[in-house]
Design a protein around this ligand. Structure first.
Ligand SMILES: Cc1cc2nc3c(=O)[nH]c(=O)nc-3n(C[C@H](O)[C@H](O)[C@H](O)COP(=O)(O)O)c2cc1C
Length: 398
């Protein structure tokens, strides 16, 4: 009998066995010394919860709205590049799993399956994540394509105009499309189901860019491509230009600083995502959970503050919401599921989080996710509410 999957780490281990090392490492690893990657997990794990007993926790409610859309749990799928290499047709499978489960799915600019391919394969519209390239005509056309596909929100990613180095990608010779080399041929040959699915997928390179952007075709490293195409002059004044092209909901992702949060709100963002790109960009930045309290205090009354970075369990979602996030995104947590078991693995990743969140709420004396606040965190000293704040402040200063 196969070992039952009890937690996200089980999906991670399964994905590690099924996906070629270069692709698994691309998902799993972070930039430079991985200080920030590790801090995202460690700081979330360090938070202690308040145990509350003898509270009627019958009929718990986990549903909410995220950026105006119904969500069965306060979780959405984060935009991730090259998802169609973690598993063939990966973006389509993840979008289907998310929609069947009842949470938003975000498609990356750097996806393997294009906006049109994903839209044709799923029932409902999804969110689209935008990277701003030097070629503004192309950016305009991407926004138009997202609008024509009925995408219900545009997410502008602000923290990757230049790519932080991931040592492991260089060591593995990661390229797009994957290139057969002497060193990886043996690995790929041992992962034939993976290869079969990838070869059957609708695309093997950047689906949104192929045929549109010069240099998007042909094999090259991701870092080379980003270095050549992304616009390092992107600044707050460009948000107005994007707003004019996109009348719908606008989310700004990659906010780690209260001043940047205020600026994003001032520019008309309907929501922000507190994110350090999953520890893949500025190494040495604090964990997102450490940055969250200051940002919630600065703009939480004016906009939806969403959160990502290190979320692997329902307990993690609970902690972020207790500090003031409206909901969280999952990146690696869904990718591990996808690499492990395709669409069923993404559904499993979401269902694990749902169950963990549900039980954590019951044990913490919380009946409705909307009631989560800092009181739900453990109070280190006297049991006073200020103790919980002290715990949050500790993280803040980390
Ligand atoms: C493999 C991978 C690819 C990613 N690609 C993108 C991307 O194309 N656009 C983007 O805005 N964020 C991207 N991200 C960042 C995620 O959207 C999200 O911020 C991050 O994964 C959250 O941290 P977590 O992986 O610990 O959940 C990527 C993350 C991973 C792991």
């Amino acid at each position: 009998m196969p070992t039952p999957i009890t937690c996200n780490e089980d999906l991670r281990q399964l994905a590690r066995r099924r996906v070629p090392k270069a692709i698994f490492d691309y998902v799993d690893r972070g930039s430079y010394d991985e200080t920030t990657l590790n801090a995202n997990r460690a700081d979330l794990q360090a938070i202690r919860l308040r145990q509350k007993v003898m509270v009627d926790v019958d009929n718990r409610r986990l549903d909410t709205t995220l950026v105006g859309e119904a969500a069965r749990i306060p979780v959405a799928i984060a935009p991730t590049g090259l998802t169609g290499l973690m598993h063939g047709s990966g973006e389509i499978l993840a979008a289907r799993a998310a929609q069947a489960f009842g949470v938003p799915f975000t498609l990356s600019t750097m996806s393997i399956c294009s906006i049109e391919q994903v839209r044709a394969a799923v029932d409902q519209p999804f969110w689209f994540q935008l990277y701003v390239m030097r070629d503004r005509d192309f950016v305009r056309s991407l926004i138009t394509r997202a609008r024509e596909a009925g995408c219900s929100a545009l997410m502008l990613t602000a923290d990757l105009q230049i790519q932080g180095q991931r040592h492991q990608d260089i060591k593995n010779g990661l390229s797009v499309p994957p290139r057969l080399t002497v060193s990886n041929a043996f690995d790929m040959a041992r992962k034939l189901p993976w290869l079969w699915h990838v070869l059957r997928g609708p695309s093997r390179s950047f689906g949104n860019l192929e045929g549109f952007v010069r240099g998007a075709q042909g094999t090259q490293t991701l870092a080379q491509w980003v270095g050549g195409q992304f616009d390092t002059s992107l600044s707050w004044k460009d948000v107005g230009w994007i707003r004019d092209l996109w009348p719908g909901k606008l989310i700004v992702k990659g906010i780690m600083d209260p001043d940047d949060a205020r600026e994003a709100v001032g520019q008309g963002a309907d929501a922000i995502v507190v994110s350090n790109h999953g520890g893949r960009q500025l190494d040495g930045a604090p964990s997102t959970i450490a940055a969250l309290p200051g940002i919630v205090d600065a703009v939480g009354h004016r906009t939806e503050v969403l959160f990502d970075g290190g979320v692997r369990s329902g307990q993690d979602v609970y902690k972020a919401m207790a500090i003031g996030a409206r909901g969280t995104f999952i990146g690696k947590a869904f990718l591990y599921g996808l690499g492990a078991l395709g669409q069923a693995g993404v559904s499993t990743a979401l269902e694990l989080i749902r169950k963990e969140l549900d039980i954590t709420m019951a044990l913490g004396g919380i009946r409705d996710v909307a009631d989560l606040d800092r009181e739900a965190l453990w109070q280190p000293s006297s049991g006073s509410a200020s103790g919980a704040t002290a715990q949050v402040n500790l993280l803040d200063a980390a």
